[in-house]
Design a binder for this molecule. Structure first.
Ligand code: UDP
Ligand code: MG
Length: 328
C-alpha cells in the first residue's frame, strides 16, 4: 500500500431481483462514499434479474463510482461474486450483499483493518436478525459439520461479507474450479486474515433469493469441495460391514457343524441383504458426487458470460469467457 496514488476500494455487490432494496442501498452507499478516504467503485453484478433491478442499476451507473456488469443469465450468488472480483481493479475489494443485511458502514472497519496490514478481513456475525429458526439452525449445523470435516480451517458464522486485498483477488482468479464455495476458497488461499464483528440485520426489503435447494447445493459444494472425508468414511464403513458379515459367516459355519439351530434364517438373510445393498448404494452415490464434480471440471466451460450491450463499461469484458487465454 505504499503507492503514491490514493488507494482504490472496489465494492462487489451481486444483485438478483432486488428492486425493492436498491434505492435504499444507493442512498446508503452515497452516504458511505463521503466517509471513505479512498477512491471508491461500486461494481454491481446483475445476476440475470427478472424484475426492474437492471433498469435501476443502469440508471444509477450514470453517476460516478457506480458500474454494472450484466451476466447473461442467473448463474447464482457465488459465480456473481466471482464475476465481480474478476472485473474489479481496486487495491482492495469488499464483497457484500445487496439486501443491506451486510451494513455497508461495516466496510469502514474492514478498510481500517486492511490499512493496518490485513490481507483478508472477514465480517463475523455477532448475531443474526430476522432469519427463520430453520435457517439459523441449519447454518449452525452446517458450519460445525464443515469445521470437523475440512482440513482447511473455514471460520464459523462468517459469510461472504469481507474485504480482500488485490493479492488475494489474484490468487482467487487463479482458482478456476466450477463448483465454487467462495468462503472456503478464501480460507484455502492463506494470507493474513483478521475478523471484524458485526450484527447481521434483517433484509431491508424483498425476500431471500436462496431457496432451500440452493442452500443445500452450497452446503454440498462446501463439504465435497473441501473434504474427501466422506469418501474415507464410506471406505471405513464398508470395511466395518464386511467384518461383521465375515463374523456372521464364521458363526453360521460353526453353528452348522455343531448342529445348532442355524438355518430357517430367512430374516437374517434379508436383513444382511438389504443392509448391504443400502451401504453399497450409499457408497456409490457418494462416489458419484465426486465423479460428477470431475465431469463438471473436465468440461472446462467458462464460469459465466457477460452481456456485451450492457453499457460502455461492460463491453470491456464482453462475451469473453473467463480464462480465455488458457483455452486458446
Ligand atoms: N444473489 C445473486 N444470485 C442468486 C441469489 C442471490 O446474485 O442467484 C444475491 C442477492 O441479490 C443478494 C445476495 O446474493 O445480494 C445474497 O442473497 P440473499 O440475501 O437472498 O441470501 P440470504 O441472505 O438469504 O442467505
Ligand atoms: Mg440476504
Amino acid at each position: 500500500m505504499s503507492q503514491d496514488r490514493a488507494p482504490k476500494i472496489s465494492f462487489v455487490i451481486p444483485v438478483y431481483n432486488e428492486e425493492a432494496v436498491l434505492e435504499m442501498l444507493f442512498a446508503r452507499l452515497d452516504a458511505l462514499v463521503e466517509r471513505i478516504d479512498a477512491d471508491c467503485e461500486f461494481l454491481f453484478v446483475d445476476d440475470g434479474s427478472r424484475d426492474r433491478s437492471l433498469e435501476l442499476l443502469h440508471r444509477k451507473a450514470h453517476t460516478p463510482h457506480f458500474r454494472v456488469i450484466e451476466l447473461s443469465r442467473n448463474f447464482g450468488h457465488q459465480i456473481a461474486i466471482t464475476a465481480g472480483i474478476d472485473s474489479a481493479d481496486g487495491d482492495a475489494i469488499v464483497i457484500m450483499d445487496a439486501d443491506l443485511q451486510d451494513p455497508p458502514e461495516v466496510a469502514l472497519d474492514l478498510i481500517e483493518a486492511w490499512r493496518k496490514g490485513a490481507e483478508i478481513v472477514s465480517a463475523r456475525r455477532r448475531q443474526r436478525e430476522g432469519e427463520t429458526w430453520f435457517k439459523r439452525a441449519s447454518a449452525k449445523l452446517f458450519y460445525r459439520l464443515l469445521a470437523r470435516l475440512s482440513p482447511v480451517k473455514i471460520p464459523e458464522d462468517v459469510g461472504d461479507f469481507r474485504l480482500i486485498d488485490r493479492k488475494v483477488a489474484d490468487a482467487l482468479r487463479a482458482m478456476p474450479e466450477r463448483d465454487r464455495y467462495f468462503r472456503g476458497m478464501v480460507s484455502w488461499v492463506g494470507f493474513r486474515h483478521v475478523e471484524v464483528l458485526y450484527d447481521r440485520h434483517e433484509r431491508a426489503a424483498g425476500s431471500s433469493k436462496y431457496s432451500l435447494k440452493s442452500m443445500f447445493l452450497l452446503a454440498t459444494n462446501g463439504i465435497i469441495g473441501f473434504s474427501d472425508l466422506p469418501l474415507r468414511i464410506a471406505l471405513w464403513f464398508g470395511l466395518a460391514v464386511s467384518m461383521i458379515s465375515f463374523i456372521a459367516v464364521i458363526w453360521t459355519l460353526v453353528g452348522t457343524f455343531l448342529g445348532g439351530p442355524v438355518v430357517s434364517g430367512w430374516a437374517s438373510t434379508m436383513i444382511m441383504l438389504s443392509f448391504l445393498s443400502g451401504v453399497q448404494l450409499l457408497t456409490i452415490g457418494l462416489v458419484g458426487l465426486y465423479v460428477g464434480r470431475i465431469y463438471n471440471e473436465v468440461k472446462g466451460r467458462p464460469l459465466y458470460f457477460v452481456r456485451p450491450d450492457g453499457g460502455p463499461e461492460v463491453s470491456k469484458v464482453a462475451l469473453e469467457p473467463r480464462r480465455a487465454e488458457e483455452t486458446q
